[in-house]
Ligand binder design. Sequence first.
Ligand SMILES: *Cc1c(COP(=O)(O)O)cnc(C)c1O
Length: 381
Amino acid sequence: MFSQKQLNTFKETETPFYYYDLGVLNKTLAAIKKAAPPEYHIHYALKANAHPQLLQLIKEAGLGADCVSGNEVKRAVETGYSGNKIVFAGVGKSDKEINYALDHSIFCFNVESVPELKVIDELARKKNTRANIALRINPNVDAYTHKYITTGLEENKFGINPYEFDTVIEELKKLSHINFIGLHFHIGSQINDLTPFKNLCSRVNEINKWFIQKGYLLPHINVGGGLGIDYKDPDTNTIVDFESYFKVFKQFLELQPQQEIHFELGRAIIGQCGSLISRVLYVKHGINTSFAILDAGMTELIRPALYQAYHKIENISSEKKTSLKYDVVGPICESSDCFGKAVEMIETERGDIIAIRSAGAYGEVMSSQYNLRDKLRSVIL
Ligand SMILES: *Cc1c(COP(=O)(O)O)cnc(C)c1O
């Protein structure tokens, strides 16, 4: 739901663009702070949206930074994050990225394989320093989400599997420039049912016990992110139920008193504050289908084309009262350039302003200039 003031801004602005509502972001950040016990460490996953101005606000709220590339580490550093608030995951960290992170003394590398462990040790040795590492474990927990965004199953490329633990421990003993400080888990994204998180807790408990028995009482347990948002009804459920989410971990995770818990949330923080704002260029009536052709396409928001993701689509400028069904499509020369089929929307015409909601996470960051599209604009208010 947008105010008249917001709508007036949209009308005066060249479309398409991303609109970020700072009121929503601030309320979300306040809700997290209220819900999370003070001893919990929460890192914001930059890959969801790394806009410097938004990142600044998130940093000011006291969150750390969770990065999956060297440039994300760089963005966090440039935003003013101190190294000790930055964690760095990813299956394919390049030497250049590792070196950059070492130079900024980041808090922790989340290491995804034995070969990576050896490279980090070697690069740290050359710099005469030590790298803090957590092992990213593949807990084999099903997140029951889309197959492209589930990450914690054995057949995924992410993480180290339990059957490899003995080998990893043997390797670790040989490495002199590594501090083994934690275990890291991340099972997937857009998880709306809390059951997978409960299951994750049980697996973490087992795995943590295993490491303790082997003599490794690790000070940091990172349970990753993945908490979902309500794409269907962003106006009613603007803010995620962080309280119930944190309660699951409070209740089911059995850690030792000296062990600290870390989270990495992306979508749940930034998803609902963003909308993709566009105009209708043409309405085309087929035999059975009407098309609303927008000036925004999959180049601006690829989630529907990539994951069949649902976004609420609204005609926000028309005074009309009647609704019709449209296939809402973009201008890109690909059949998958479709935001939604048979979308019920206020009857539309050329020039109407269309909002594609809940697009703050994995929207702008995934945009491209395919078809030589203009560089994407954003408005932050
Ligand atoms: C993507 C990612 C996250 C954040 O996921 P959300 O679903 O946006 O909360 C956290 N940790 C890691 C390692 C990731 O790759």
